[in-house]
Design a protein around this ligand. Structure first.
Ligand code: SAM
Length: 274
């Protein structure tokens, strides 16, 4: 019999696992996520030769002390990393119109605070490169909790057939064609990569950057947090935003009433006020 077929996730095990992902990443899992959790973790049970989710929970608890990296793998498996270039395009239009009005010598710092595999950060970089050129003093920071997805972002190599949302002119200008074993891939051009840095960062408890940003993108991640956690994350991120700077949540993530230092400029565009 296929070993995969015998794993059953009990209520108690599901509750322990969702408490753990909430503690580690702030992600709140509803009852509807039960089969997703079971499915995504099943391969770890097989790889570790465990016979139940309960054994896996014990293994994770030991890892909290020993630090063998299993907790990180657990987080990598339970985060949803879907993203694409120029997702929710209106934010990029807003950014472009703002950047246009700035002198090209102006330093601009932008944070993509749940960057996933990097498409968001590189879309911001392309927007700035188009408006300010590559030699102006702008910089993009991309961060994410998942080490696996960050490795992909740092690499900046994307399968041609999976690239979505990238206008052909920008693709031609800022991406390089892979050769030989990489012929099905495109790579972000080195001059754009040099302007973009990636680092691991947990929105809840990683030490905050000391620099202040002009724009912060924190899109399509707040939906995974409960109201109290969402508020905590917004307070932390907005403390890193310059007064007058802009905060972009995802289009379906309203911040209404969550923080009086944020003024709504237009739907899903907020500005930090004094
Ligand atoms: C759906 S992706 C969104 C990517 C991109 N911002 C976009 O809108 O296309 C959500 C990302 O949030 C990250 N994430 C989840 N919890 C996090 C946390 N506590 N701290 C930092 N990143 C987190 C996940 O790893 C995932 O890559």
């Amino acid at each position: 019999m296929n070993k995969l077929a015998i794993f059953q996730l009990s209520d108690q095990e599901f509750n322990k696992l969702r408490q753990l992902i909430h503690k580690k990443a702030g992600i709140s899992m509803s009852d509807a996520k039960r089969s997703l959790v079971a499915g995504r973790l099943r391969k770890r049970l097989v790889a570790l030769d465990l016979s139940s989710y309960d054994e896996y929970i014990t293994f994770l608890k030991k890892d909290e002390q020993a630090g063998t990296g299993e907790i990180q793998r657990f987080i990598d498996l339970l985060t949803t990393n879907e993203t694409w270039f120029f997702r929710e395009e209106r934010h990029f239009e807003f950014l472009k119109n703002h950047i246009k009005a700035l002198p090209i010598s102006k330093e601009v710092k932008i944070w993509s605070a749940a960057s996933s595999s990097g498409e968001e950060a590189y879309s911001i970089a392309m927007t700035l490169a188009e408006e300010m050129g590559l030699s102006s003093p702008w910089q993009i920071f991309g961060t994410d909790i998942s080490s696996e997805i960050l490795a992909k972002a740092k690499k900046g190599v994307y399968m041609k057939s999976k690239i979505r949302g990238l206008p052909p002119t920008l693709k031609k200008k800022y991406m390089l064609n892979g050769v030989r074993t990489y012929e099905d891939y495109l790579a972000i051009a080195p001059e754009l990569k040099r302007k973009t840095q990636f680092k691991q960062f947990n929105l809840f408890d990683s030490p905050l950057p000391t620099v202040k940003f002009d724009f912060i993108f924190c899109r399509n991640v707040l939906i995974y947090f409960n109201q109290e956690d969402k508020q905590k994350v917004i307070h932390r991120l907005v403390s890193c935003l310059k007064t007058g700077g802009y905060f972009f949540p995802g289009h379906s993530e309203s911040l209404h009433g969550l923080y009086d230092k944020l003024k709504t400029v237009e739907p899903s565009v907020y500005q930090k006020i004094n």
